[in-house]
Ligand binder design. Sequence first.
Ligand code: PLP
Length: 393
Amino acid sequence: MNINKNYKNLNENYLFSTVKNKVREFAEKNPDKEVIMLGIGDVTLPLCPAVIEALHSAVDEMSKKETFKGYGPEQGYDFLKNAINEYYLTRNVKLDLNEIFISDGAKSDLGNILDLLGTDNTVLIPDPVYPAYVDTNTMDGRKIVYIDATEENDFLPLPDFSQKCDIIYICSPNNPTGAVYNREQLKKWVEYALQNNALILFDSAYESFIDTDDLPNSIYEIENARKCAVEICSFSKTAGFTGTRCGYTVIPKDLVFDGLSLNKMWLRRQTTKYNGVPYIVQKAAAAVFSKEGQKQIKENLNYYKQNAKIIADTLDKLNIKYTGGKYSPYIWLKCPNNISSWDFFDLLLNKIAIVGTPGAGFGKNGENYFRVTSFNTREKTAEAMERLYNLFK
Ligand code: PLP
């Protein structure tokens, strides 16, 4: 039996375990100090009432012979695909229902989509980045080329037309930097992909944090993106589904490589390897698009955005440089005096009992940066910012 030796090339990710150990040690030594976590990448507000109501009613349906559901369509129920389709129409993006596939979240599909793509492709990944892009490609043995997301390019790298790549990852709004591409910038990536016969994997997991028409929520708002991009999205951050699990992937029928349709290949893959998202969960996800659902999730998103504003305002007052926070739950700040991201982590923990995420955990360009999130409570976020202000003023 030959093992997949590519797994030997995976870097151990010590980031979150090291953070946890350091916090535990600190708490043991300082039982009187309240540690405030601003490293949370998970939502904290509960599911909204419209979603809970839909869950209860779907459970009741499962209890009656007449409405019980067994296996559903692997690619998702039409009621949810229709709701997603309507949502895209509000942005003037027209999709065919068969181009939408329901999943148990973005992470699974980001990994699974690679089943369709040759391992001899070169992959372009921004640095810093959500680590799953790197690890899933390393597992398959693909060659990875990094593109720098730095202060110089506002953390929004643009294509180098002299460099040939086949698969491109774009995450906008970005984790960890919170930076968001505008239409002109995404247009350049679409141009590059079309010129190179490349495929863009567009991760829009945080699109619902964009509440201005000036920025695109979907790559399909860009002309011809249907010919070169797959979009992967999720209800995790939009509606607090991190534990409930539901997302969707859009694979346009225009994506044809070597005479093979990616849409058909994905359908074949899903019907072979997957049996779909629970009916109950799909009903809950559909409720996100109801009038009440939209109103309620926006209230939750605004709560996080207000927290982000409290953080951003404090950094402004302290003259600490940062990006993100406006259309994203993440704020990516430059460590004062250019100290390393782990030194900054230790400083905040030991002096003011605040925990964030060292940028070095997201790639080499994160070395002097630090990620804080807006997912804690209003009270704790405000308290954390008061401590930060008093430390640096
Ligand atoms: N993509 C990005 C950029 C993320 O930050 C996350 C989760 O934090 C995911 C995808 C995964 O989302 P899901 O919960 O839908 O698997």
